[in-house]
Design a protein around this ligand. Structure first.
Ligand SMILES: Nc1ncnc2c1ncn2[C@@H]1O[C@H](COP(=O)(O)OP(=O)(O)O)[C@@H](O)[C@H]1O
Ligand SMILES: N[C@@H](CCC(=O)OP(=O)(O)O)C(=O)O
Length: 278
């Protein structure tokens, strides 16, 4: 089944830690390179892109050779502080290889709770996009932990990406994960799980089939991805959940191909010239 985006101009792409870090704990340079290539190519085609990236803690662990994620919050925050700058260095190198410019925003939840700070962030994102600079966003892990009431944390980048996408009026959120879509039950635990190619409503049955993360690096699992999808669908927008193994798959998503799981109302095909690719 082929679906096509109508007037798809603004896109948010979210990539999870498990797509950025190999099973052996090393940074997946090929994925970062292909992500930079893809987003730079789409920027040149006129799309406005925002990248929400996880990976600060994972890259920090890789940098220090830490193999087990520490339980202590201060240790995780320290790893995030190390990994975030390393991650941005990698992105800066790869994006500049493709002639693309990037800027970093580290956010906490309370930024969106207050109209004034929310407006400042939205104005910053707008100003970056007007200059054809791609905002790269992560949670500000080194300050965002509030152990008492979690008021300042997003908890995960799936929901952060949906919130950002909604606030900036993005037409589409593409979530790149270690799994190629939503299944009727966790495919890492059930061999006969079946991929759901499209979904217009997150039913109780779908929610019941969604589990947590089964990887060493992922945090949200499918539950937070479904919450993100609900945010987009309630705003009348769309989300695609697909594999981050090769981020060039985003080119197929924006070309209207049916990959992964499409969340949102089904759309009529539109003339191909709107989606010209090169
Ligand atoms: N119904 C489901 N369909 C697909 N994946 C599921 C489902 N329920 C749980 N999962 C788990 O969610 C994982 C993806 O989430 P996560 O590990 O947090 O990845 P990421 O780091 O990309 O955010 C999958 O690897 C899978 O084990
Ligand atoms: N902000 C954290 C990642 C949080 C998160 O949601 O991770 P993931 O489930 O891999 O998308 C970091 O950069 O390590």
């Amino acid at each position: 089944m082929v679906k096509r985006m109508l007037h798809c101009k603004r896109l948010v792409v979210k990539i999870g830690t498990s797509s950025l870090i190999h099973q052996n704990g090393k940074v997946n340079l090929q994925t970062i390179d292909r992500l930079a290539y893809t987003l730079a190519a789409l920027t040149n085609q006129g799309y406005e892109l925002v990248l929400v990236t996880s990976g600060a803690i994972g890259v920090g662990m890789a940098k220090l050779g830490v193999t087990v994620r520490p339980a202590e919050i201060a240790q995780q925050q320290a790893l995030a502080a190390i990994g975030q700058s390393e991650l941005m260095t990698l992105y800066t190198q790869r994006f500049s290889d493709y002639g693309a410019k990037i800027g970093q925003l580290l956010l906490t939840h309370d930024v969106f709770d207050y109209p004034q700070t929310r407006q400042h962030v939205l104005d910053t994102i707008d100003a970056l996009l007007k200059r054809q600079v791609m905002p790269i966003i992560n949670e500000n892990d080194s300050v965002a932990v509030d152990e008492l009431d979690h008021r300042t944390t997003f908890g995960d980048n799936d929901q952060l990406s949906a919130l950002v996408a909604k606030q900036i009026g993005a037409d589409l959120l593409v979530v790149l994960s270690d799994i190629d879509g939503l299944y009727d039950r966790d495919p890492n635990r059930h061999a006969n799980a079946a991929l759901i190619p499209a979904i217009t409503h997150v039913s109780a049955k779908v929610l019941a089939g969604a589990g947590g993360s089964s990887t060493r690096f992922g945090t949200g699992g499918m539950v937070t991805k479904l919450k993100a999808a609900q945010v987009m669908m309630r705003a009348g927008k769309h989300m695609v959940l697909t594999s981050g193994r090769d981020p060039r798959i985003i080119l197929r998503v924006v070309a209207g191909e049916s990959v992964g799981t499409w969340f949102g109302a089904e759309l009529e095909p539109v003339p191909s010239e709107i989606h010209a690719t090169n």
